[in-house]
Design a protein around this ligand. Sequence first.
Ligand SMILES: Nc1ncnc2c1ncn2[C@@H]1O[C@H](COP(=O)(O)OP(=O)(O)OP(=O)(O)O)[C@@H](O)[C@H]1O
Ligand SMILES: [Mg+2]
Length: 256
Amino acid sequence: MSTKVICIANQKGGVGKTTTAVSLAHGLSQKGRRVLLIDLDPQGQSATALGRSPEPGVFYLLTMGMTPQETTFVQSWVRFSGREGLYLLPGDQQTMAAQTVLNAQDKPISAIRHSINRFFKDGLHYIIFDTAPSVGGIQERAVWASDLVIVPTATEFLSADGVGKILLMLSILQEKKNWRGNLLGILPTFYDEQTRESKSTIEDLRERFDTSVLSPIHRATLLRECAAQGQTIFEMDPLCRAAKQYQALTQMVLKF
Ligand SMILES: Nc1ncnc2c1ncn2[C@@H]1O[C@H](COP(=O)(O)OP(=O)(O)OP(=O)(O)O)[C@@H](O)[C@H]1O
Ligand SMILES: [Mg+2]
């Protein structure tokens, strides 16, 4: 089976990366797909968003070798989320130490791709990476390991500049490091059509990035509550606007 790998990335903090990673992962699993969400952010918030605790699974993924024993050990950190078809490889602060190891050992750009290859034979349809709000060894290698990248961005002033930076990184990886993946799209989040800031930001994004800009996710108090309760938007209220918008994103990903 070919496993599609999707990276959710933006070096800016608080733009909806984790919310998007968790919602998309659950959305895909609700469509009968087997999904592994890998939390590459030391904050460990993918776990809490699914009602679980951060754990050092990702540290081992990034630092252990590839012997059968080590592979079994890394796989033992995969957690069932309690939702059919949805699994999590949790991360925690130790992921920061893995970043240091990656840099110190000067691991190749393909390091994370090689590390996740050990999961493919488990019949996964999707692997989704949630990433930290920074640039560094892990982010670059996570993008390189991915077939598709989604860049969530809050609809606020200057967000287009941040998006420009990450798109630059994607094109450098394509041109200089032979990365074969693609941008799936820029996902405007916290959209509020009542505010001029939201409206002009969307216009600005569309002007600069054209058809790469996806339909926005509106600002929704319920999404904030989801994170606090360890439930996804599809569990909180599957009929609310935010759920429908993440459903639409899921449908789009399924077409790729
Ligand atoms: N569309 C939205 N409307 C309202 N609140 C949202 C929305 N999307 C995310 N949030 C809330 O905003 C906060 C930041 O979102 P999230 O954690 O998904 O961002 P992030 O980019 O992963 O942050 P970080 O960079 O720290 O990892 C969270 O409390 C989340 O519940
Ligand atoms: Mg996050």
